[in-house]
Design a protein around this ligand. Structure first.
Ligand SMILES: [Zn+2]
Length: 158
């Protein structure tokens, strides 16, 4: 790492600290030549993920679109904006770690649903209504039933 003061390339690390919710590392360095102290950030390189839409077109997975979709589903629920951002962070991280470069838009919806199911029932059902596009009351009830049965699996009645 080149010293910003004298351009010498040798430095020693004084301190390393996790930053950006653990996705990057902040290092405090000292130049071995002139003792100048500076800070560097090291972060995981992320590759854009394509979303394959139902109509066959592709678009880059948009963090802001995901956040606004989930925010709409979470209106009038106790889910904070911060919680939604964390949810999207974790989702992105999950896809990056699995080396996924392309994903069906419906699969993204299912991943979000899995997370919402753990957090809030109302938000889960609202989001499901958008992503699974209900075709009448039958689908709506089916979603409700799925929610009930999976919740029972997670928390068995004693
Ligand atoms: Zn230097």
């Amino acid at each position: 790492m080149q010293c910003p003061s004298c351009q010498n390339t040798d430095s020693r690390v004084l301190e390393s600290r996790a930053a950006d919710a653990g996705r990057s590392v902040r290092r405090r360095r000292e130049c071995l030549n002139c003792d100048f102290r500076f800070t560097t950030y090291e972060r995981v390189e992320t590759v854009p993920i394509s979303v394959l839409k139902n109509n066959g077109s592709r678009e880059i997975l948009s963090r802001s679109k995901l956040i606004s979709g989930i925010t709409r589903a979470c209106e009038k629920t106790p889910i904070s904006a911060e919680k939604i951002e964390t949810l999207v962070d974790e989702l992105e991280l999950q896809l990056q770690q699995q080396n996924i470069r392309e994903i069906q838009s419906s699969d993204i919806g299912e991943l979000v649903l899995d997370e919402l199911k753990k957090i809030n029932e109302v938000a889960y059902i609202r989001f499901a209504s958008v992503y699974r596009k209900f075709h009448g009351i039958h689908d709506f009830v089916e979603t409700l039933e799925n929610f009930k049965s999976s919740k029972e699996e997670l928390a068995p009645v004693r």
